[in-house]
Design a protein around this ligand. Structure first.
Ligand SMILES: [Zn+2]
Length: 306
């Protein structure tokens, strides 16, 4: 690497001066010290201000040392007396005897480092808000699922009640009793006792929460909160740019867990609601008279207090 290249790199990419990736010609043409045409030799060159990579139709004439060729990839350079112009990458190389290839490589490294830093900052910001939300949802899930588990445990204390409850949940929570009118009609018509006509007297809501309640808290802690908590600045900084990109992709999966958690909370709120527990009391209608024990009565007394 030539000494001049080295010097340009150090001045252009020192931490005080961020190289600019110009998105349009207008961006550098409107800078205060821009000159459409400029004379500059190696000694007068101060630094490379930035680079531009335009499309071919946006190409513009080179301003350096009367070159006047049309370039669409190039650099904006600055002289020691503070004037700036654009030049193509090849004529810059020719006029300053510096390897623009090397400068481009250094530029890319600086850009990579800057984009890695941006990505890191973004990931940490996303992680912080996601973690706060994940912790809130997970705490709510613990409360909601433990209430469901208490209700389930209470119902399980009586095998007949538990069977009645489970058969309702198999038909989307519908509590169905035999319809008296159709039963009478069937008897009057002398029809054989077939499958009785069933009448839905109430519907137990939030059945989806039952399928999740024993595992959802573990799942959220293990697959959402733990990975987020492990994404510290220190751990992330050790990753390559590619690994960081993979890490940001992971947010997609993590957000899916979060949305599962939110869905559970919605279902659980339905299941645990006072109105739904009132509905659970109607399961009494399904219990045959000889199975209505005092234990069962105590269960129905306790359910509203869960
Ligand atoms: Zn040129």
């Amino acid at each position: 690497m030539s000494q001049l290249t080295y010097h340009l790199m150090n001045t252009s990419f020192s931490k005080d001066i961020t190289p600019i990736a110009f998105k349009s010609a207008e961006q550098f043409q409107t800078r205060p010290n821009y000159q459409a045409a400029l004379r500059c030799n190696t000694e007068e060159l101060d630094r490379i201000v930035g680079k531009y990579e335009l499309s071919e139709k946006e190409k513009l004439q080179c301003g350096l040392n009367g070159c006047n060729n049309w370039h669409w990839h190039g650099f904006v350079i600055r002289t020691k007396d503070g004037q700036e112009t654009n030049c193509g990458k090849d004529c810059g190389s020719r006029d300053f005897k510096v390897s623009f290839k090397e400068i481009i490589a250094v530029y890319r490294r600086a850009e990579d480092a800057a984009s890695k830093k941006d990505r890191l900052t973004q990931i940490l910001a996303d992680r912080e808000s996601l973690l706060a939300e994940a912790e809130r949802v997970t705490a709510d899930v613990r409360i909601a699922s433990s209430k469901i588990e208490r209700i389930r445990a209470e119902i399980k204390k009586d095998a007949v009640l538990d069977r009645a409850f489970q058969s309702c949940m198999k038909v989307d929570g519908r509590i169905q009793v035999e319809d008296d009118a159709s039963k009478r009609l069937r008897e009057e018509l002398g029809l054989p006792a077939g499958k009785a006509d069933l009448r839905t007297i109430a519907v137990i809501r939030g059945g989806n929460a039952l399928r999740q309640s024993s595992i959802i808290h573990y799942r959220l802690s293990r697959f959402l909160v733990e990975p987020l908590a492990g994404m510290t600045a220190q751990n992330l900084d050790a990753l390559t740019t590619k690994q960081l990109a993979a890490e940001s992709m992971r947010f997609g999966n993590l957000k899916q867990h979060l949305s599962d958690g939110r869905q559970f909370l919605t279902d659980a709120a339905e299941f645990n609601s006072a109105a739904n527990i009132e509905t659970l009391l109607l399961l009494q209608e399904l219990i045959p008279k000889n199975a209505r024990t005092s234990r069962l009565s105590r269960i129905f007394e306790r359910l509203p207090q869960m």
